[in-house]
Design a protein around this ligand. Sequence first.
Ligand code: FAD
Length: 367
Amino acid sequence: MSSQIDIAIIGGGSAGMSLAANLADLAPHAEVRVFEPKTEEERDCHWSFWGSGRHVEALKPACKGTWKRWQLIDHEKKVVHESVAQNYITLSASDYLKLCKANLSPTIQLVRNAVKKIDYKNNVAFLSAGDITYTAAHVFDSRPPEKKSGGMMQHFLGREIRTKEPITESDTVTLMDFRVDQSRGLHFIYALPFSDTHLLIESTMISQSKEPQQWYLETIDNWLNERGISVESDIGYESGVIPMDNCQPQDSRTSAIGAASGTIRQSSGYSFNYIQQQTKQLAGRISRGCYEVPTPISAKLVFMDRLFNRVLIKHPELSVKLFMQMAGALNGEQFARFMTGTASFSEWGRVILSMPKTPFLRHMWSV
Ligand SMILES: Cc1cc2nc3c(=O)[nH]c(=O)nc-3n(C[C@H](O)[C@H](O)[C@H](O)COP(=O)(O)OP(=O)(O)OC[C@H]3O[C@@H](n4cnc5c(N)ncnc54)[C@H](O)[C@@H]3O)c2cc1C
């Protein structure tokens, strides 16, 4: 069986479904198929980002938590940020994907199948999915990028719990608590209090190799014990690996979108905002007949992030200090802008002045 379409989107994750939902807004009559083998529940996790305004309002049905305070902690100090304009927001990935699905138009549809094969003839793509061969004029590919062995990555395991007693500071996200074992690489606890008895705690590493599952779990147990937090019940577990290196798409013949196209910030692993920007701009372009995928992270930012990572790899003893000093140099609004790639020249200046100069200058030429 065969079917002719305008656009094939491979992968219905963050980028694929965001692009489809934007196309439903901006090019609702295009014949589009999104190919995704997994259900929303099968690929549920938490996606967090800084945001504000109308865009955030629209995401409310998928929102699991919103905070105006966040903190970074090491053995010497605590940096607490408060923001009026920006929220730190956590979405349920499954609810977000369902929200996108609910916004599709009759000609923009989700196909619950993996793409098994892609062939090209005379600039037309032939995609095999299920029993059907789809003929598509344009293909956008969000399959996860190739993982480089030995590359820098953020890897984590999280435990979502109900606590026996209400916790303190349930209005504050812990972005990084470095008071954990630092012997295997840069390691921190990331904790999201969804309420005063509902908590997600992730043991997160930035390094070049993964650790055994038990190691992350023990870190979480110790962190809970040290704070006197007793677990009433487990809600779920979540683990992941986010590449923090240059990402290479799986197929160089297709146009990559999302993580495979370089939307992950190499210094932080955050990608959600950049995927939102990329897919919105791309849908706008498609509505005007242009199919070129925008690059949402500027070359300057990519260079600075790669330099930052280079210093992390070469000087692991400085890692905690680099993050603490960077956070300490900025207030809440400035930090949120820095993390979303919208910091001003003077905010960049503050961060650069707070960093130790010699290692950055030494590695500038090898990035
Ligand atoms: C557990 C986890 C938590 C994260 N949390 C955050 C966060 O809090 N904030 C943030 O900014 N970033 C976060 N990230 C990083 C990034 O935002 C996510 O990885 C995001 O999902 C990337 O979107 P994507 O569309 O590029 O890839 P994905 O969302 O991974 O989508 C790719 C899709 O392709 C599908 N696929 C694979 N092969 C085929 C095939 N042959 N045919 C059809 N479909 C196929 C997969 O099933 C998948 O659904 C997180 C990453 C992970 C892994």
